[in-house]
Ligand binder design. Structure first.
Ligand code: HEM
Length: 442
């Protein structure tokens, strides 16, 4: 694709500047993009090798335009629906077009409120079991515990059977290693040249195959069981396509299970970790929250408006999905800009949520802002779960889990800061590098 005069892209970096600044970008992409926007404006462009044009934006109208209003003109990148799907399959996150639409329609009912309510008991019990093992008294990095917790909640909600500790740890590790491998390849494409010699690609295909084998085993066991289940796997096995009345094939079920684990696990553990850090760091807010929790029991948690506002505020400051990528199919217009077909648009949720044109004191943790003017504030540019038809299918699941967690946690513990501020580690999701906190039994 060549960019000719008829296009008017936002100001930004030439190819030469991109090459010179790649090191700085890779070192800290979130800060790099945020600083570039402070320099160029809410949107900026960059030319990548291969004459690929990209545009980063934290403009709320542009993000809404790409992901919702004119979403038919945008598809996911080749990396997502091509390369990543070689390892993770063609589940919702990694598919497009009619295939995606048909799958989404079939899977959506598994996440309806009524179905989710059937999972609340499993969620609460899993959270309480994991919390019983958390070390207290001295500073610990809570991230591995949050990671273990959200993985177990997800696995138990997908398949309500008891998987061994070892198998859960193996699943967790396989997902992690595949993600790190793909992220590394996306950031440093030259690494592909070494695959024939170092066997890295083959090794990771084997990991993906191992994951499929584990899933196949779980499905086989389920089909052989006479028990009744209310988990997500049960819905996937029993739903039928509207058009043919047929059930989903086993390989497709495995792809979708992959995606649910992939999309639901790290996003939630990141959010839990950032949230605990913010509460430990803001004593007054924490105490107000703990007082509010005493007014309801854990099953009524969803009605606690202050808790909801606190969770939203944590997701505003640290959106686990810190950006989302689409590619323009045809030329498009956004405000004063004209965008050529083929442009990669990167919706920068982190920058959107800290855009000072939208938020007062954007870097401060102030849950009250969501109480004052909840709906209006969300509508103007708060997209922690994305927006449009590809919005997160697990948003209610995640919010329920996070709120149950907060309730169960503060029933048993208090949390104190160690003065350390976690660094951001923006992989596919916005991980905290280390979250050193002190957990104290009540
Ligand atoms: C705090 C937790 C979570 C956050 C912040 C989050 C965020 C997001 C975002 C921003 C998207 C849209 C991405 C895009 O448009 O490119 C998305 C999609 C998705 N999420 Fe989540 N998510 C969370 C938890 C979950 C959970 C728990 C599940 C499943 C159990 C899940 C499953 C999915 C799936 C399957 C998609 C793809 C939907 C599609 O393309 O049709 N997510 N998520």
């Amino acid at each position: 694709m060549t960019t000719t005069k008829k296009y008017n892209l936002p100001k930004g970096y030439s190819l030469m500047e991109v090459l010179l600044k790649t090191g700085a970008f890779l070192k800290n992409p979130v800060n790099f993009v945020q600083q570039s926007m402070d320099k160029f404006g809410d949107s900026y462009s960059a030319v990548l090798p291969g004459n690929r044009q990209i545009m980063w934006t934290r403009n709320p109208e542009f993000i809404d335009h790409v992901l919702r209003v004119n979403q038919r003109n945008y598809k996911k990148s080749e990396f997502t629906v091509g390369r990543a799907s070689d390892f993770f399959g063609k589940g919702l996150v990694f598919s497009e077009g009619e295939y995606w639409r048909r799958q989404r329609r079939l899977i959506q009912p598994a996440f309806h409120r009524k179905k989710l309510m059937g999972l609340f008991g499993i969620m609460i019990k899993t959270i309480q079991d994991v919390l019983a093992e958390i070390p207290t008294g001295k500073p610990i990095d809570i991230y591995p515990f949050m990671s273990n917790l959200s993985f177990k909640v997800l696995v138990n909600s997908l398949f309500d059977i008891s998987l061994s500790k070892e198998l859960i740890a193996e699943l967790n590790q396989l997902f992690d290693e595949l993600q790190v491998f793909l992220m590394d390849e996306s950031n440093r494409p030259y690494k592909k040249l070494f695959y024939p010699f170092n066997g890295a690609e083959k090794k990771h295909y084997a990991k993906s195959e191992r994951l499929r084998t584990i899933m196949r085993g779980i499905i086989k066991e389920r089909r052989a069981s006479n028990k009744e289940f209310t988990d997500i796997l049960d819905t996937l096995l029993n739903s039928t396509y509207e058009d043919t009345g047929e059930h989903m094939e086993e390989d497709k079920i495995i792809d979708e299970l992959f995606v649910l684990l992939f999309a639901g696990f790290e996003t939630t553990s990141n959010t839990l970790s950032w949230l605990l850090f913010l509460l430990a760091d803001n004593k007054e807010i924490k105490e107000k929250l703990v007082a509010s929790l005493k007014e309801t029991n854990i099953n009524e948690t969803a009605q606690n408006e202050y808790l909801k506002a606190t969770v939203h505020e944590a997701m505003r400051l640290y959106p686990a999905a810190w950006m989302s990528e689409r590619v323009a199919l045809k030329d498009d217009m956004m405000g004063e800009f004209t965008i050529p077909a083929g442009t990669h648009i990167l919706a920068f949720f982190y920058g959107l949520h800290r855009n000072e044109k939208l938020w007062d004191s954007p870097d401060e943790f102030q849950p009250e802002r969501f109480l004052k003017d909840g709906k209006a504030i969300k509508a103007k540019g708060f997209f922690p779960f994305g927006v449009g038809p590809r919005m997160c299918i697990g948003n209610h699941f995640a919010l329920a889990e996070i709120m149950f967690f907060v309730h169960a946690f503060f029933e048993k513990f208090d949390v104190e800061t160690t003065g350390q501020i976690p660094e951001m580690n923006p992989l596919l999701t916005l991980q905290p590098n280390k979250v050193l906190l002190k957990i104290i039994p009540r």
